[in-house]
Ligand binder design. Structure first.
Ligand code: C5P
Length: 221
């Protein structure tokens, strides 16, 4: 019997949204359910990998055999990912990280006053790009790209700009592709190739993505 394809490999996955607090009761979040990233972590584990999952605020059970670290804000997700990074073979950034966060979190609940309100937002650090440029960079760095148009062009631009090995793009303008649902379809790009993963349950899509990750690890060996 052959050992599972990712036996002896260490895979780090980030998943879910981030919540950026405005005050003790309000935050800026997004519609990521975390299902795709959790399915990726579960698939990696089933292929024999040792898996660490850094999860934003989600309502999902931890996949069997996976080590989970819970975080809330983008800054905390970045810290947890960079702390876990050393000795990983693969990083898969499947989290919907906030691009902007409130410049400050108020210690008390913001009171209603005036007809309009302005909140200053500041750019968050790009965790995926930081991982790809890190001294402890895993052999394979994989990003996700949710796009509504020109899928391949935007995905390939991200691949180059962020220094990635693979990018898994999904067309979120199509019903049943991406956020919140149980199904997805992906077009995966790398420098010299492309593979389309057919629409289906996120668990099946994740399994195919991890098979491709195993292919790429073997190709680079
Ligand atoms: O540029 P864009 O946000 O569309 O890229 C998406 C990819 O980048 C995803 O893999 C996401 O997890 C990652 N990302 C990140 N840190 C950010 C923004 C995005 O790791 N601040």
């Amino acid at each position: 019997l052959a050992p599972p394809r990712l036996a002896g490999r260490r895979v780090l996955v980030s998943a879910g949204p981030t919540f950026e607090d405005i005050d003790p009761v309000r935050f800026i979040g997004n519609r990521s359910s975390g299902k795709m990233g959790f399915a990726v972590a579960a698939a990696a584990r089933r292929l024999g990998a040792e898996v660490t999952l850094v999860a934003g605020p989600v309502a999902l059970d931890t996949p069997a055999g996976v080590r989970r670290v819970d975080v809330r804000r983008a800054a905390q997700m970045r810290e947890a990912v960079l702390a876990a990074l050393p000795d990983h073979d693969v990083y898969i950034g499947a989290a919907a990280v906030a691009d902007y966060a409130p410049a400050e979190t108020l210690p008390q609940k913001l009171k209603k006053a005036g007809e309009s309100l302005q909140i200053t937002l500041v750019r968050t650090a790009d965790i995926l790009a930081d991982v790809a440029a890190h001294a402890a960079r895993p052999r394979l760095v994989v990003g996700f790209a949710a796009e509504t148009q020109d899928l391949e062009a935007y995905a390939r631009d991200k691949l180059h700009r962020k220094g990635l090995d693979l990018i898994a793009a999904n067309d979120v303008s199509r019903a049943g592709h991406g956020f919140e649902g149980d199904d997805n379809a992906l077009s995966v790009f790398w420098r010299e190739g492309r593979r389309d993963i057919a629409h289906g349950p996120k668990t099946a899509v994740a399994r195919e993505l991890m098979d491709l990750v195993a292919d790429r690890l073997e190709a680079e060996a």
